[in-house]
Design a protein around this ligand. Structure first.
Ligand SMILES: N[C@@H](CCC(=O)N[C@@H](CS)C(=O)NCC(=O)O)C(=O)O
Length: 332
């Protein structure tokens, strides 16, 4: 029996996305080889559009010809595909931390100082309003800051309490997936000049700041980490490449009769996140609906020689699936 080659893994991200940090850290901690395709920090993202991807959030991760959306799914898929030495091996306590940091993020993002050059860029402001559905105008950001800060102090207080028995890591002596899941928004804030003030420092939350230091020390200096970077055209070619497509790993097809979505196999649908990025639904044909995943087939705008499509996979949690036809009829 021939050994199946490991399909190429490509991370689509930009360097200052804290959600992307969760995945780059995970990949590096696991020693999983991957390539990266760097994306602009705001829309449009032609590399993704070329692949037929309308979903706007970052990061995305492709494995072979499957594109996985949302970090909750990406982490689960990597844990499944690389089970030996997985970081979530000691039960599912990490899932609480995953939900916790999703809660932290909007408050952390509300602390991006309004005087940063990016926040004065009208294009960025509009882009983030489209993404978040909330105002990024200076006066609104400034007005919401203290309330957000109060919550953020509560989040640092929470980790401080958990670490108060002098444990090194969130679940005890060992660094686990819970640390990766919990740390990314807190670490991000410590790197954003002007986001925090003297109420959140290594003096006020010493255990948390030491934990962040301990965690980031696990990684070599970023300059010495050479992640191969590829262009959008190279990524497209790798994803749609015929042999790669045949190493497909999401073997599920089909839709159970009693699926609550009411959509059928092969039907054209739109998949949309329920929280942010709602203005960018992803279209495709239903290939499978399983307990925790939505798998649709997407045909790129101008496929490479030999044609090809890709499977785009979403978690069910946090996403809505709707038939395009039903939507069409509803509009009549
Ligand atoms: N639930 C999503 C959230 C991802 C997310 O919100 N990412 C931010 C970047 S940290 C984003 O997409 N911002 C808007 C953009 O870059 O288009 C996930 O876990 O992947």
């Amino acid at each position: 029996m021939s050994t199946q080659p490991v399909p190429t893994i490509i991370l689509f991200h930009y360097h200052y996305s804290p959600y992307a940090h969760k995945i780059t850290w995970y990949l590096q901690l696991r020693g999983i080889p991957y390539k990266q395709c760097i994306q602009p920090p705001m829309m449009p993202r032609p590399d993704l559009a070329e692949l037929g991807i309308k979903y706007r959030r970052i990061p995305l991760l492709s494995i072979g010809n499957e594109m996985f959306c949302d970090t909750s799914l990406i982490v689960r898929v990597l844990e499944e595909k690389f089970p030996k030495g997985r970081l979530g091996e000691n039960g599912d306590a990490w899932e609480e931390w995953e939900a916790w940091s999703d809660q932290v993020f909007p408050y952390a993002a509300a602390l991006i100082p309004s005087n940063l050059p990016l926040m004065k860029d009208e294009k960025f402001v509009k882009d983030r309003e489209d993404y978040s559905g909330r105002s990024y105008r200076k006066e609104d950001v400034d007005a919401g800051r203290e309330r957000a800060f109060e919550r953020v102090r509560g989040f640092y207080g929470h980790t401080e309490k958990v670490l108060s028995d002098d444990r090194d890591w969130i679940l005890g002596d060992k660094m686990t997936l819970a640390d990766v899941e919990a740390i990314w928004p807190l670490e991000w804030l410590t790197t954003l000049p002007g986001a925090l003030d003297s109420t959140v420092t290594a003096d006020t939350y010493p255990k948390t700041f030491s934990w962040v230091k301990r965690f980031t020390a696990l990684f070599p200096a970023s300059k010495s980490v050479k992640i191969p970077t590829i262009t959008g055209a190279e990524a497209k070619d790798l994803i749609l490449h015929h042999e790669q497509a045949s190493t497909s790993s999401t073997s599920d097809t089909g839709v159970p009769d009693n699926d609550p979505s009411g959509v059928a196999l092969g039907e054209e649908v739109e998949v949309t996140p329920v929280d942010t990025g709602k203005n960018h639904p992803q279209r495709g044909r239903v290939r499978a609906l399983v307990k925790d995943r939505i798998i649709i087939e997407v045909t790129p705008t101008e496929a490479c020689a030999g044609g090809g499509s890709l499977k785009v996979v979403f978690p069910r949690k946090g996403f809505e699936i709707k038939s395009v036809n039903t939507k069409g009829n509803a509009r009549l």
